[in-house]
Design a protein around this ligand. Structure first.
Ligand SMILES: [Zn+2]
Length: 356
């Protein structure tokens, strides 16, 4: 449990955050879930459960209707790569909407403006895509990250539609592997009723990432801007505790899938090298967070990274490795489905999407 004072502070911050995000549907459930986050509730009353069971069908029916009426669908053409007998596919979870200052505060204005105009990036607001990775292998279907789910932003949480377009249901997923526990990567693990979305899947997370977000001190040390992330992660990780296993840097977590420590964006952030012979794809999570500043000036500190200095070191090392070893990249927030190559460009790099 959180100390009472801390709980109240988080309460105020989270409510302000929720107002900013303006949920588009199921508002009552949204605020109820937020309230559960804040209060660190360990149970929901039988009456609440009953009401939610009734509502479940209505919500699911509503979602179906949205899809039928031409609601939000995948934002890009299907992007995939064949690796021997395995297929690596990019799945859209929608996009985020964030103030540009979140990323760019404190960077040298002149050079920043040049980079952004070169990439046609607006200066006020960014709308980065969210690309999950699906690995189809003989005998298993592996999802890397779970997306935002219904509670983070109206523009995100579209994974189930993308899975459906792929001919899959959540029950088909055998493994879910997390790069890190930020909301747009973890919160999709639970549905509107706080039940696991992938009940039959084995869940996997880096040991360091798990330890950080389940540490009760994290909400006090992470800083005001991300306190709601800490509360939300702790509650979701508690809900999947019995379903999850852990790994460390250098572990082959599944046949042909190697975990690499890429810390900095979060303290235990992990990337995953999927390899078949001489061909490989790196599931990079948020270690390389965009196609503009992260490639043109990977050495610059990013406001998106919790440890900005370590994040920059990791980014430079990873870009060098991907370009030198000719490993494809599937970046969570990169354009065109996030799947492409890293090429050197003078002292910097550029992202060359697979489908362009
Ligand atoms: Zn992210």
């Amino acid at each position: 449990m959180l100390p009472l004072m801390a709980t109240k502070m988080v309460d105020q911050r989270a409510c302000g955050y929720a107002q900013m995000l303006a949920p588009q549907a199921s508002e009552v459930l949204h605020y109820f879930r937020l309230w559960c986050d804040i209060q660190q509730m360990e149970f929901v009353s039988e009456w609440g459960r009953y009401l939610m069971q009734i509502d479940r069908r209505r919500v699911i029916a509503g979602l179906g209707a949205t899809a039928l009426c031409g609601g939000p669908t995948a934002l890009f053409a299907r992007t995939s790569l064949q690796l021997g007998s395995s297929e690596v596919i990019s799945l859209s979870d929608g996009n985020l909407v964030l103030p540009a200052e979140f990323f760019f505060q404190g960077l040298p204005e002149g050079e920043l403006d040049l980079i952004l105009s070169r990439h046609n990036v607006p200066r006020d607001q960014l709308e980065p895509p969210c690309n999950l990775t699906l690995l189809r292998q003989e005998g298993r279907i592996v999802l890397f990250d779970a997306g935002s789910g219904p509670a983070f932003m109206p523009s995100a949480g579209k994974l189930l539609s993308s899975l459906e377009a792929e001919g899959l249901t959540p029950e088909d997923i055998t493994h879910v592997v997390f790069t890190h526990a930020h909301p747009d990567h973890l919160w999709g693990i639970l549905d509107d009723f706080d039940d696991p979305i992938f009940p039959d899947a084995q869940l996997m997370m880096g040991q360091g990432e798990w330890d950080y977000w389940t540490d009760p001190n994290t909400v006090d040390t992470i800083g005001e801007a991300r306190a709601s992330f800490a509360v939300g992660a702790a509650r979701r990780l508690a809900a999947i505790e019995d379903q999850i296993s852990f790994f460390n840097d250098g572990t082959e977590i599944l046949p042909g899938v190697m975990a690499h420590a890429t810390h900095g964006h979060t303290p235990g952030h992990m990337s995953f090298e999927i390899r078949d012979g001489s061909s490989a794809v790196m599931v990079g999570g948020d270690a390389i967070g965009n196609e503009h500043v992260a490639f043109d000036r990977p050495d610059w500190a990013s406001g998106a990274d919790q440890d900005a200095d370590l994040g920059a070191k990791t980014r430079m090392r990873l870009l060098d490795q991907l370009a030198t070893d000719d490993i494809a990249l599937l970046g969570f927030h990169l354009p065109h489905g996030g799947l492409g190559r890293v090429e050197r460009s003078g002292d910097a790099y550029r992202f060359v999407p697979e489908d362009v």
